[in-house]
Write a protein that binds this ligand. Structure first.
Ligand SMILES: NC(=O)c1ccc[n+]([C@@H]2O[C@H](COP(=O)([O-])OP(=O)(O)OC[C@H]3O[C@@H](n4cnc5c(N)ncnc54)[C@H](O)[C@@H]3O)[C@@H](O)[C@H]2O)c1
Length: 377
């Protein structure tokens, strides 16, 4: 029998627990109970989040209004939450994974398998290291990934969506993950390309920041970037949909180039799965990265991302700005900045070295020069 623990209980973590719990009740090879590790917080009422989840069967802070399933048990004790599990689902903001793995080393079952739903990467001198790889190295377990065009709140309401499992060698483990996540409204397929799937999920958040800048400029700051200015900068269209389309096109190209330059085994076909172009479009059209970047541009870059994140996301975390910083580190270490004008510009704008309006200079040659100039300052 397989026993599942979900490590993380934010917006997506709670939806993952709900999906899984509906399946473990039906599938005989899985224990019914799904443990969910909760980073304990005190609610404004003074109650502990874990107690409230176990009492109401709802994550009132990160997924209010949705029942998780009576077989989901919230547990604030990380070691206790994983001790019996042999299927570990990692779903926290990526900045916390390393600390969590350090606490788990030597404490998990020898036959455990992992899957990461986390978007982000670590940057080492040798290049980018994906979260699934960090989990494998620190815990000595095989780790697949699940990424896709998924907006947690929509899947929580059982709206149809697709996702992709990326795996390395272990096809039977991948099939088990597919079985555990698939529901009539959540369609999951597996591909043998763990880095490709994970890089798609990670890099699209940086592209969504660019899409947010474009929208913020158009909607809120017409005095700074007027139609005349836009035309003078030889923009192909002043309409945000067309600029968004251009951002997505350049973004997809940079995502593919970056992934293949860092990991030559990455397959082109992976970009046409749910984790690739579908997730890129979804994230650029909606979602928190775009929303906060939009506000950043509307404010002319005068309010920091940290400030806007705290104000707009109520404890949820933004991934795209951090990813753009990590990508930038890889690009500057390897002397690749000029090949990735969009990624470079997103980092330069989000750190205040270029104004938000720089993003509408979608001529790649210009962007490339701007990005380089910003780093030579
Ligand atoms: N929300 C979505 O729609 C969505 C969809 C697909 C993938 N993802 C990815 O899932 C991952 C998790 O995102 P989420 O939406 O579940 O989280 P979230 O941003 O909604 O919530 C933040 C979580 O981090 C926890 N936390 C805060 N400080 C912590 C600490 N010091 N140590 C450990 N945990 C701490 C909070 O308790 C909370 O559970 C991210 O990588 C995200 O990119 C999210």
């Amino acid at each position: 029998m397989y026993k599942v623990t979900v490590i993380g209980s934010g917006n997506w973590g709670s939806v993952a627990a709900k999906l899984i719990a509906s399946n473990t009740l039906k599938l005989h090879s899985f224990h019914d109970e799904v443990r969910m590790w909760v980073f304990e917080e005190k609610l404004p009422s003074g109650e502990k989040l874990t107690d409230v989840i176990n009492k109401t069967n709802e994550n009132v802070k990160y997924l209010p209004g949705i029942k998780l399933g009576k077989n989901v048990v919230a547990d604030p004790d990380l070691e206790n939450a994983v001790k019996d599990a042999n299927m570990l689902v990692f779903v926290t903001p990526h900045q916390f994974v390393e600390g969590i793995c350090k606490r788990l080393a030597g404490k998990i079952r020898a036959d455990a398998e992992g899957i990461s739903l986390i978007k982000g990467m670590e940057v080492k001198k040798e290049g980018p290291s994906m979260i699934s790889n960090l989990i494998t190295k620190q815990l000595g377990i095989n780790c697949s990934v699940l990424m896709g065009a998924n907006i947690a709140n929509e899947i929580a309401m059982e709206k149809f969506s697709e996702a992709t499992v990326g795996y390395n060698q272990n096809k039977s483990a991948a099939d088990r993950w597919v079985q555990l996540f698939c529901t009539p409204y959540f369609n999951v397929t597996a591909v043998q390309d763990v880095e490709g799937v994970e890089l798609c999920g990670t890099l699209k958040n940086a592209v969504a920041i660019a899409a947010g800048f474009v929208d913020g400029l158009e909607m809120g700051n017409n005095t700074k970037v007027s139609l005349k200015d836009l035309m003078a900068q030889k923009i192909s269209s002043p309409f945000p949909q067309l600029l968004d389309a251009a951002i997505m096109r350049i973004g997809l190209k940079e995502m593919m180039t970056f992934s293949k330059m860092c990991f030559p085994s990455v397959k082109d076909s992976t970009f046409f799965e749910s984790c690739g172009v579908a997730d890129l479009i979804t994230t650029c059209m909606g979602g928190r990265n775009r929303k906060v970047a939009d506000a950043y541009a509307r404010n002319g870059g005068k309010r920091s991302f940290d400030e806007l994140e705290a104000e707009m996301l109520q404890g949820q975390k933004l991934q795209g700005v951090l990813t753009a910083k990590e990508v930038h580190e890889v690009l500057s270490n390897r002397g690749w900045l000029h090949i990735f004008p969009l990624f470079s510009a997103v980092h330069a704008i989000s750190t205040g070295r270029l104004p938000p309006s720089a993003i509408v200079k979608i001529n790649e040659e210009q962007l490339s020069k701007l990005a380089l100039d910003a780093f030579l300052l």
